[in-house]
Write a protein that binds this ligand. Structure first.
Ligand SMILES: O=C(O)[C@@H](CO)OP(=O)(O)O
Ligand SMILES: [Mg+2]
Length: 432
């Protein structure tokens, strides 16, 4: 048994230069630190990110959340045993008194929960990934994941006119994580040269997650240039494409239409049914193995239409819920009932505790979904999700481009985990 002796919180800054929360917990085994990430294209059902003042502007300070850590959550969990993650997470929820931290903030609860996992691992003499594997009952299936690297940025993450938010490469044909990293970084560098030639000056500036943000607004064009880069690198058949359209960002709730040129001057409205046809066309033409948030966060219907079409066509593409499911068991259950998707994007701050994230994962897996662990567009140096994905053994992670330290920190941590353990690599359904 190892108990919480002190909790200290501070405001630090994330990769976008916005304030966020960090916590230090001490036990007899030492000091354990964790920091909270922050999204830009956040789902409306996510647990509350508490910022000072009344607006939701991300540049606002988080001193209220800091105060809540030190004066509300901290005292509530003081003296509790850090090896009992479930009990501490339940205490955080009970103290807040709402299902998703609407009173004191998930950005106050989450770093405590993550630091407790680190402290618990130390108390048991285990690496973090092994502790998380045990907490989720998945010790026997731990593995390093296919890194889905976001190499072209659009949407809310970039200053270009491109509507879809993320175009990722997934080097699933690698023999191990180290090779996947090498393949990903080679494709990334080839893409840089191709973009420079095709689009000139400014085309290789990057978005929030390190992917290029070229002056493109045709949503199909990135698929073409990415495949060109994959070809030049010599990895055709070994690298798939994953997309995150983040379609909630350009949906009109009244007209139920999507504006595929929402950052450009002239709108380009299309219906959910037309979007589904567009995705199907792309999936037939390109090796797209994953589409996240292809529709609005409440448009379960269009999700279900696309999933059914993909299955009927025998395509390998997974349909991933992010804003739709917000890493919360209730929303996952809803999506299971409505057959809206077959994959969960897992972001710990959408739910606010490590236990909540594990619950959502296990529920999704119980219906044969895949699970892609994910960073946020606003990240810190904290590498927690690298250990989480290996411990849960989901086989997929998205944590940005193979550049920028807040992204490579996680990728490099997985290189270390692979070196240390020789864990198996990859996601079984994605094979070369
Ligand atoms: O939509 C997403 O999946 C994420 C991470 O890539 O973006 P954000 O953190 O801005 O929600
Ligand atoms: Mg998303």
């Amino acid at each position: 048994m190892s108990t919480i002796q002190s909790i200290k919180a501070r405001q630090i800054y994330d990769s976008r230069g916005n304030p966020t929360t960090e916590v230090d917990i001490t036990t007899k085994d030492g000091m354990f630190r964790a920091a909270c990430p922050s999204g830009a294209s956040t789902g409306e059902h996510e647990a509350l990110e508490l910022r000072d003042g009344t607006s939701q502007w991300h540049g606002k300070s988080v001193f209220k959340a800091i105060k809540n850590i030190e004066e509300v959550f901290g005292p509530a969990v003081m003296g509790m045993d850090v090896t009992d993650q479930k009990a501490i997470d339940a205490k955080l929820l009970e103290t807040d008194g709402t299902p998703h931290f609407s009173n004191y903030g998930a950005n106050a609860a989450l770093p405590i929960s993550m630091a407790v996992a680190r402290a618990g691992a130390a108390a048991l003499g285990k690496p973090l990934y092994a502790h998380l594997g045990a907490l989720s009952g998945r010790t026997d299936v731990m593995r390093t994941p296919v890194p889905c690297m976001n190499i072209i940025n659009g949407g809310k993450h970039a200053g270009n006119a491109l509507a879809p938010q993320e175009y990722m490469i997934a080097p699933f044909g690698a023999k191990d994580f180290a090779e996947a990293m090498r393949m990903g970084s080679e494709v990334y560098h080839h893409l840089k040269s191709i973009l420079k030639k095709a689009y000139g000056i400014g085309s290789t500036s990057v978005g929030d997650e390190g992917g290029f943000a070229p002056p493109i607004n045709n949503p199909r064009a990135p698929l073409e240039v990415i495949m060109e880069a994959v070809k030049v690198a010599g990895y055709e058949g070994k690298v798939g494409i994953c997309m995150d359209t983040a379609a909630s960002e350009f949906y009109n709730k009244e007209t139920k239409m999507y504006n595929l040129n929402f950052k450009g001057e002239e709108a380009n409205w299309i219906s959910g049914a037309e979007m589904a046809d567009m995705y199907m066309e792309w999936c037939r033409e390109f090796p797209i193995i994953s589409i996240e948030d292809p529709f609005d966060e409440n448009d379960f219907e269009s999700f279900a239409v696309l999933l059914a079409k993909v299955k009927a066509a025998g395509l390998p593409t997974q349909i991933v819920g992010d804003d739709l499911t917000v890493s919360q068991a209730e929303r996952v259950q809803d999506a299971i009932n409505k057959k809206a998707c077959n994959s969960l994007l897992l972001k710990v701050n959408q739910v606010g505790t490590v236990t909540g994230a594990i619950e959502a994962t296990l529920l999704a897996m119980s219906d044969d979904w895949s699970v892609m662990v994910s960073h946020r567009s606003g990240e810190t140096e904290d590498v927690f999700i690298a250990d989480l994905v290996c411990g849960l053994g989901t086989g997929q992670i998205k944590t940005g481009a193979p550049c920028r330290s807040e992204r490579t920190a996680k990728l490099n941590q997985m290189l270390r985990i692979e070196e240390e353990t020789g864990m198996p690599f990859g996601f079984d359904s994605w094979t070369a």
